[in-house]
Every structure is written in structure tokens, then in C-alpha cells.
Design a protein around this ligand. Structure first.
Ligand SMILES: Cc1cc2nc3c(=O)[nH]c(=O)nc-3n(C[C@H](O)[C@H](O)[C@H](O)COP(=O)(O)O)c2cc1C
Length: 210
């Protein structure tokens, strides 16, 4: 099993501290820096939506990291390709996307938001076409590996992300519905490759005819 540690913090110093602590922990293959957190030192603006703040976060975390650093991008931006370039320029070894989309649902009977936080992060199959489009945009902007996610439920979803430019995929929401989702998707991907005479899954990356 490969362990990737997801890192977040509300200040750059907090993220660096987490990475320094994890540096001494065994068996971690790489860090995934969640850039979708608000920077409380800068009025709460989300790191991953402001290019200068994203660059500084990535550069300082990269300097502290004794393992490869993957930067997880926020999708709540106009130009995801620019954010990927900023992360790569700051020293990211890979990027992952997408995190959840800021959303709002209102109960029309009570006229109140459906969750106490008022807004929440939308994930799962509803966001997949947007996530696939963003992976494709990022693939046109950086040469570092891309890990795609957002609504991967079955093997074909993983194939779609890879064809759009992802080297690998992650599974979040589907795992809540079925704890064996990752295993099933990985086995399904093998079967899909065999059925389609794809000798290596890695050859799928960026193979969409766009
Ligand atoms: C309940 C829940 C908790 C999450 N927690 C984190 C987190 O701690 N760090 C992070 O980077 N992303 C977190 N995410 C975002 C997911 O990792 C993923 O980027 C997003 O949900 C899209 O993928 P999916 O549709 O497969 O869930 C969370 C998502 C959900 C639904």
C-alpha cells in the first residue's frame, strides 16, 4: 500500500509545521497539500484562489518537504491552468484536482440553508464533467503529473480522467457509499484495458482525441 498524507493549515506556517512533523513519520510516499483552505493571516482568502499566495504556500512547503509534494488545486477559480502553472513554478512535483465546488442548497419550506455552514463543498458524479474539463486544461499548462478526481465511481470514469490528461485518479465520495469502491474501480480498469487491448494503463494519459 502507498500512503499519501493530505496536509492542510490555515496559515503557511501551520502547513510547514505539519510537513516538518510528517517528515519524521515512516512509510509516507508523498504529501498532498490541500490549497483549498482559507489563509487566516490574509483575511481568509483561500490560498488556492490567489496566485501570489498559492506560490508562496507551495514554495515554502516544498522547501520544508523531504518527500515529493503534490499540490491539490481548488476548482473555485476562473483559470485553473494558471493555478497549475503557479503550483508547478512554486516547486510542486505533481498537482491533483479537483477539490469540491463551493455550493448552496436551500430548503424552500423553511427558507433556510440545508447545512449549518450555509455553503458546502459539492462532490461526486455531479461535478465530473467540470473536473474532467479542468484536468484537460491543466494538462495543457503543466508537464508535471496530474492526479484527477471528482465523481469517479466506476472504471470508465477513471479512463475518462486519464484520457483527459491524468496519470492517476482518486476516489472520494464513492468510497462513502461503498468502502470497496477503489478496489472495484482498479479491477474494472484492468478489465477495461484488456477488453480494449490497452497494454499499459499509462498509455491512456492524454489520449483523448480533442
Ligand atoms: C466528506 C469529504 C471530506 C473531504 N475532506 C478532504 C480533505 O480533508 N482534504 C482534501 O484535500 N480534500 C477533501 N475532500 C475533497 C475530496 O478529496 C475530493 O477532492 C472531492 O470530493 C472530489 O472527489 P469525489 O467526487 O471523488 O469525492 C473531501 C470530500 C468530502 C466529500
Amino acid at each position: 500500500m502507498v500512503i499519501i498524507a493530505n496536509v492542510f493549515g490555515f496559515t503557511i506556517e501551520a502547513c510547514v509545521e505539519v510537513i516538518q512533523l510528517l517528515n519524521d513519520a515512516p512509510d509516507i510516499a508523498m504529501y498532498e497539500l490541500n490549497a483549498s483552505c482559507p489563509n487566516t493571516s490574509h483575511g481568509g482568502m483561500v490560498f488556492g484562489t490567489d496566485p501570489p499566495q498559492l506560490w508562496e504556500l507551495v514554495a515554502r512547503c516544498k522547501a520544508a518537504a523531504r518527500r515529493p509534494l503534490m499540490v491539490k488545486l481548488s476548482p473555485n477559480v476562473t483559470d485553473i491552468g494558471l493555478m497549475a502553472r503557479v503550483a508547478a513554478d512554486g516547486g510542486a512535483d505533481a498537482v491533483s484536482l479537483v477539490n469540491t465546488f463551493v455550493s448552496l442548497a436551500i430548503d424552500v419550506e423553511t427558507r433556510r440553508p440545508r447545512i449549518a455552514n450555509i455553503t458546502g463543498g459539492l462532490s461526486g458524479p455531479a461535478i465530473k464533467p467540470i473536473a474532467v474539463r479542468m484536468v484537460h486544461e491543466v494538462s495543457k499548462n503543466v508537464t508535471i503529473p496530474i492526479v484527477g478526481m471528482g465523481g469517479v465511481v466506476q472504471a470508465e470514469d477513471a479512463v475518462e480522467f486519464m484520457m483527459a490528461g491524468a496519470t492517476a485518479v482518486q476516489v472520494g465520495t464513492a468510497s462513502y457509499a461503498d468502502p470497496r469502491a477503489v478496489e472495484n474501480i482498479a479491477n474494472g480498469l484492468k478489465r477495461w484495458c484488456i477488453a480494449h487491448e490497452v497494454l499499459q494503463a499509462s498509455s491512456l494519459t492524454g489520449s483523448a482525441l480533442l
